[in-house]
Design a protein. Structure first.
Length: 266
């Protein structure tokens, strides 16, 4: 784990209150990194290279999430590597999540992820950024994880997978596809009381390397113990691909995220 990420103040438009780095401010950010490996090239020229998977989760706090536009991008000190993603706050979850893959991350560099948000209905613009040491990912170091800014209000307590082959043929004809049934156990964090979450919504989304955005998975509610079990089906899964699971749970007026990585088993 690195030290907690440093939140640096950006700017806000006229009519809006000054931008705040407070995690309970207009945009509550969570940033994490973890090391992985990925293939580059194809056929006999395929090589394996280290990669830093960067995930930014932002929450709309104090503003309705509807009618929003978000641009997120990263830069790396001393490097021309960069990446940009766009999106909007989910109207139910009140958050948005972006993923970046940084191949061959330069050692000793600083990662800066900037997010710019427009709430069009109220005419508010907000910009801020998060900086941290870039994860030291190498082929000898593929298990490093830094999620030091993520809270523990919601946690992923466990993930299981079940592989099935389903016949989707009709009229006596057979056509088979593979499915990966992913079951996620979500619970309140150690610092929160279950009653805060009882009966409140919880969602599961997932991202597979190569996809542009998260796919919506199952939704449900927390039980009286502040726990939930949700299952999603991934059709024709890519065996061995990295599966990035995001759980979003609501308590009070806030939406708290939890993050979990695993490998597709089917």
């Amino acid at each position: 784990m690195t030290a907690a990420l440093v939140f640096l103040i950006g700017l806000s438009a006229a009519g809006a209150s000054p931008a705040s780095a407070d995690p309970g401010g207009p945009v509550a950010p969570n940033l994490d990194q973890h090391c992985a490996v990925q293939n580059s090239g194809s056929g006999p020229t395929t090589i394996v290279i280290p990669a830093d998977r960067v995930t930014l989760n932002v929450e709309s706090v104090g503003y309705a999430p509807a009618n929003s536009t978000i641009t997120a991008f990263y830069t790396i000190s001393g490097s021309t590597k960069t990446g940009t993603a766009t999106g909007a706050f989910d109207t139910a979850r009140k958050n948005a999540t972006f993923n970046f893959s940084v191949s061959n991350p330069p050692p000793g560099a600083t990662l800066t992820v900037t997010y710019q948000v427009w709430w069009h209905d109220v005419g508010v613009y907000y910009s801020n950024f998060v900086s941290a040491p870039l994860a030291p990912c190498t082929l000898e170091n593929t298990t490093y994880v830094d999620a030091s800014t993520w809270n523990d209000y919601v946690t992923v307590a466990g993930v299981s997978q079940r592989c099935e082959t389903v016949d989707i043929g009709v009229g006596g004809r057979h056509a088979y596809i593979r499915e990966d049934i992913v079951t996620v156990n979500v619970t309140h964090g150690s610092s929160s009381w279950p009653s805060w979450y009882s009966g409140r919504p919880v969602w599961i989304d997932y991202w597979i390397v190569g996809q542009k955005t998260y796919a919506s998975g199952a939704s449900g509610v927390f039980d009286s113990d502040g726990k939930a079990t949700l299952s999603s089906v991934i059709t024709t899964p890519t065996t061995g691909a990295e599966l990035d699971i995001l759980a979003s749970g609501q308590a009070g007026s806030r939406t708290f995220p939890a993050h979990f990585w695993t490998t597709i088993a089917c």
